[in-house]
Design a protein around this ligand. Structure first.
Ligand SMILES: [Fe+2]
Length: 240
């Protein structure tokens, strides 16, 4: 009655490998990376505590900047990362069409949001519903685990709507969950594992549900299909 069915699905090794490789390549530009470096150990590269996430900086560590800067490169839409993000997103759109019987055009978050959950730290600084930040209520979120999300290193989502009874969204590397974070409250607790959790989240909504005049409170970007989102047809065309 009050809890949502969260679908957990494993992506192909090809998709997962391409995401990992893209992250590792981007981090290699930081001159911090040792050979055979694993994402689990990312926190060992932090030079000092100031680089840990703090309220208001949870999207702006050196690691975030390294990844987000690749999205601005002219060759980004030819990258393996984009090609696999595109394939995965379009697969998810097909699943959502079957689930919802909404067979019109969908909009997909153009670039994923990247999360790092370091040991002894949190990744998102308050429990919230995405609709608190003006995300549309019908928006569906894909939470993709690049590496393991395990109990304290996992996103916590309320089990029953409005009850604030959080359960961890445990995922193995390469698995993803489809859920609604617009209405179900979610957030993080202190990561008590010894591993940095690295994940991406990206959102889906029927194009016709978008309005022109609503912007994200955090990113100052419009929730339209030519800004925060890209429409399904345009995404299909952006193939190298
Ligand atoms: Fe959120």
């Amino acid at each position: 009655m009050t809890h949502q069915n969260i679908y957990k699905i494993k992506s192909s090794n090809k998709i997962h490998d391409s995401f990992i490789l893209h992250f590792k390549k981007a981090f290699s530009s930081l001159n911090l990376i040792k050979k055979n470096f694993e994402l689990d150990d990312l926190h060992h590269l932090l030079v000092d505590e100031k680089n840990l996430l703090q309220k208001g900086t949870d999207q702006s560590t050196v690691f975030h900047k390294a990844i987000y800067s690749t999205f601005d490169q002219p060759s980004f839409f030819k990258s393996e990362f984009w090609q696999n993000y595109r394939i995965l997103s379009l697969e998810i759109v097909d699943k959502l069409k079957n689930e919802t019987c909404y067979f019109g055009e969908w909009a997909i978050q153009r670039y994923p949001t990247i999360r790092f959950h370091f040991p002894k730290n949190i990744s998102v600084f308050e429990f919230h519903r995405d609709s608190n930040y003006l995300h549309p209520i019908g928006e569906i979120n894909c939470f993709y685990a690049l590496n393991e999300c395990n109990n304290s290193s996992a996103l916590h989502v309320e089990k029953n709507l409005g009850f604030e009874n959080y359960v961890p969204l445990n995922l193995k590397p390469g698995e993803y969950a489809i859920l609604n974070t617009s209405i179900y409250k979610h957030g993080d607790f202190i990561n008590k594992t010894r591993k940095t959790r690295v994940s991406m989240d990206f959102r889906f909504i029927p194009n016709s549900f978008l309005t022109n005049n609503v912007s994200s409170l955090t990113k100052k970007i419009k929730f339209t299909s030519d800004s925060y989102f890209i429409n399904e047809t345009e995404m299909k065309k952006l193939n190298h």
